[in-house]
Ligand binder design. Structure first.
Ligand code: NI
Length: 400
């Protein structure tokens, strides 16, 4: 956020002695996981490490949930509600270029989103909370899920009953976030992240000679009409006060300048912040596709794959998260960011139970922070301590 000219102000972070005590271990676990990243639904080594740690804390542990997911249950000394804390464990298909001593030892796979930090932080929170078991009125469910990166591990965790037995009353999760500086925490009330939908469209014509288009049906021209017209749903069909974006990121068709091809392939994504808007725009996209192709004599195949639902933070739980975050990074450190049009599968839990998903700033104040999913992604590990403290406080505060 800074302009790089002024003096660097180190943030003030308040960590409890209990959290400080486990911090070195948490960082060691993060680096261990970082060195051995695993892609979605292949988190075998990571899951084994998590399960072993949870068992050593005396928790009841369930493994193999949604293939590689792990769930630990901590029952407090007194009865009460059940609060769930969630981390994602998967890495990305990226060749790491950080040069860290603990850089990935797996060619082409990297923890470039910080999920290694999420997993380590949740283990740290489990360690701290299990030591205060007797004081807790209720239970804490520690959920380590597979495959957040576009493979909906959370949806499968829900299908396999992670919110039941015992029934979860509230759910919290967080993302270490390099777009925000260390010492800040972001909490958005209401819709915070977008519903994601993906499309693969094939517009079919009839190939022929470019000099005799009247003997062919040109799918390139039909694709061009569709591309332009479909954007008008954003300006004409959408409520101007309801955010939405539709992007075509891939278009492929033809090889030669003098040949009309048989077909053109398009791939794109729709992002919306309400189910109502989502349903409306999904319908309009196909209507525009139908109309533009029909007008030009072409046909189409339309493959729509729904992604994640809208992520909605419950207002009361968001307030609780702000209060907790303020105790760790101070009132000025707590931000209320605008929603983003990115998607996150935490949404599957939050459409079933109230809860909140937080951003924990992880950009080092004095060096360039590379973005998530970059081969040089470099979070400030002090953010992991903040994450542990927030998770511990969320659970204690909710059960209080
Ligand atoms: Ni991520």
């Amino acid at each position: 956020m800074g302009d790089g000219k002024g003096a660097i102000v180190e943030p003030e972070i308040t960590l409890s002695p209990e959290v400080q005590e486990v911090l070195a271990d948490v960082i060691a676990i993060r680096r261990e996981i970082h060195a051995h990243p695993e892609l979605g639904y292949q988190e075998v080594r990571t899951a084994a490490l998590v399960a072993e740690r949870l068992q050593a804390m005396g928790l009841s542990v369930q493994t193999g949930v949604a293939e590689t997911g792990v769930v630990g249950l901590l029952e407090g000394g007194q009865p009460g509600p059940v609060v769930m804390l969630r981390a994602d464990m998967d890495a990305l298909p990226i060749q790491e270029l950080t040069g860290y001593p603990y850089a990935s030892q797996v060619p082409g796979v990297m923890h470039a989103c910080g999920h290694d930090g999420h997993t380590a932080a949740l283990l740290g929170a489990a360690q701290v909370l299990s030591a205060m078991r007797e004081q807790l009125a209720g239970s804490v469910k520690f959920v380590f899920q597979p495959a957040e990166e576009s493979r909906a591990g959370a949806e499968r965790m829900v299908q396999e009953g992670v919110l039941q037995a015992p029934r979860v009353d509230a759910a919290f999760g967080l993302h270490l976030w390099n777009s925000m500086s260390l010492g800040t925490v972001g909490v958005t009330t209401g819709p915070a992240m977008a519903a994601t939908d993906y499309f693969e469209i094939i517009i079919r014509g009839r190939g022929g000679h470019a000099a005799s288009p009247h003997q062919a049906v040109d799918p390139v021209l039909a694709a061009a009409h569709f591309l332009v017209t479909v954007q008008s749903i954003i300006s004409r069909s959408r409520d101007p006060l309801a955010p939405a974006v539709f992007s075509i990121g891939c278009i492929r068709g033809g090889d030669a300048g003098n040949v009309i091809p048989d077909e053109v392939l398009l791939r794109g994504t729709l992002r919306t912040l309400s189910q109502e808007n989502r349903t409306l725009l999904l319908k309009r996209i196909e209507e525009v596709l139908h109309g533009t192709t029909q007008a030009l004599g072409a046909t189409y195949d339309y493959d729509h794959r729904p992604g994640y639902p809208v992520l909605v933070n419950d207002a009361a739980m968001a307030d609780l998260a702000r209060e907790v975050a303020a105790a760790v990074v101070g009132k000025e450190g707590v931000l209320s960011p605008e929603p983003t049009m990115g998607g996150e599968d935490m949404a599957y839990y939050l459409q079933e139970v109230p809860g909140c998903y937080l951003w924990v700033g992880s950009a080092n104040p004095s060096e360039e922070a590379y973005p998530h999913h970059n081969a040089r992604f470099n979070m400030d590990e002090r953010a992991i301590g903040i994450a542990v403290e927030i998770l511990v406080r969320l659970a204690r505060r909710y059960l209080a």
